[in-house]
Design a binder for this molecule. Structure first.
Ligand SMILES: Nc1nc2c(ncn2[C@@H]2O[C@H](COP(=O)(O)OP(=O)(O)O)[C@@H](O)[C@H]2O)c(=O)[nH]1
Ligand SMILES: [Mg+2]
Length: 319
């Protein structure tokens, strides 16, 4: 990872290629959810289709509760809205489910710098990768960025961030392996304030020897932010691996209950048939989904856009 290539393209062409690649990248999720259910020039959604859809949604880890709701809404839509086609009817049901969680992460133009982005989540979900992508993104928006290597439990994690920071001319505040992660973040906050840095992104550990310890550590880090400055502006950003399906929902509930989560990044949507988890997250937690990760490269992070996402899911592969 972090073999990011520098790529600069014009905004217009970038947008076109974004749209093209989003549906490509979501191909597995799309097939998992809908198979060829809607690609046979279907003119109506009949009972057999509804039944197969129900099975598929459950298999795609949307969860029973959310699946039930989708099917009920779709039945009503089919009955009441007879002059549209099945794909349009499906969109009418799915889009309102995701729209409420489409809320972009915006870094306020504030005198009270830095804005702290505290990146949390269990091991392997893509925290460090996402931090690289985010740093680049903020820089492209003209913001100065600093990183804090507060995953001090794995030496490799510190090194990974340092190497990447060096390559991209971004200061990484780090201490030795095993040092107190709160101290690293506090140090980084002081340094970022002294240097008038706009955004400080902190990497954190994803595994302590048990779940309670992990949550306690996260709470402690959270409190340190208040100690540094009660008016510190921050985003607690939870990274979830879409490939873990319903497990991602469980993680989101745990982190939200113990530290409070402001936004979610749902990664690895490119490599899974379980992308349906996004509906479950939206439906059950209503936490903003800030970004989605659709690949390992630096540009493979997109702000979450409900309509684009649904459109990409409803592209007809056989057309
Ligand atoms: N396909 C794919 N892989 C990803 C994505 N985000 C992260 N990864 C990979 O997931 C693995 C773990 O990532 P890492 O950032 O080290 O996770 P961390 O332990 O949470 O910091 C790496 O191999 C990353 O390249 C994504 O959106 N798509
Ligand atoms: Mg990491």
């Amino acid at each position: 990872m972090f073999g990011f290539k520098k790529k600069k393209s014009e905004k217009a062409s970038e947008q076109t290629s974004n749209r093209a690649s989003l549906s490509d990248r979501l191909q597995r999720t799309r097939t998992g959810l809908f198979g060829d259910l809607f690609s046979r020039n279907k003119s109506i959604i009949d009972n057999a289709t509804l039944e197969e859809l129900e099975d598929r949604l459950i298999m795609a880890d949307i969860g029973i509760k959310t699946t039930d709701q989708v099917i009920q809404l779709l039945k009503a839509e089919v009955k009441n809205n007879t002059d549209t086609n099945p794909l349009e009817q499906l969109k009418q049901v799915l889009l309102p489910a995701l729209e409420p969680v489409e809320q972009a992460l915006s870094i306020p133009d504030s005198a009270n710098k830095p804005f702290l982005v505290l990146v949390i989540g269990v091991n392997g979900v893509g925290k460090t990768t996402t931090i690289g992508k985010l740093a680049k993104r903020f820089q492209n928006q003209g913001k100065s960025v600093m990183l804090a290597a507060a995953d001090t439990f794995r030496a490799a994690a510190i090194e990974q961030l340092q190497i990447w920071g060096e390559r991209n001319d971004i200061t990484v505040v780090a201490q030795s392996h095993g040092s107190d992660s709160g101290a690293v973040i506090y140090d980084a906050l002081e340094s970022a304030r002294a240097k008038n840095i706009d955004v400080l992104i902190a990497d954190t550990a994803g595994r302590l020897h048990n779940k309670d310890n992990l949550m306690e550590e996260m709470k402690k880090i959270h409190r340190l932010g208040n100690k540094f400055d009660p008016d510190l502006q921050r985003e607690v950003l939870l990274v979830l691996d879409a490939g873990t399906g319903q497990n991602a929902l469980v993680q989101a509930k745990q982190f939200n209950d113990s530290v409070g989560v402001d936004g979610i990044v749902l990664t690895k949507l490119d490599g899974t048939a379980k992308g349906g988890i996004v509906f479950s997250l939206a439906n059950e937690l209503n936490i903003p989904i800030r970004f989605i990760g659709i690949g390992e490269q630096i540009d493979d992070l997109r702000p979450f856009n409900a309509s684009e996402f649904i459109d990409a899911l409803l592209v007809n592969d056989k057309e």
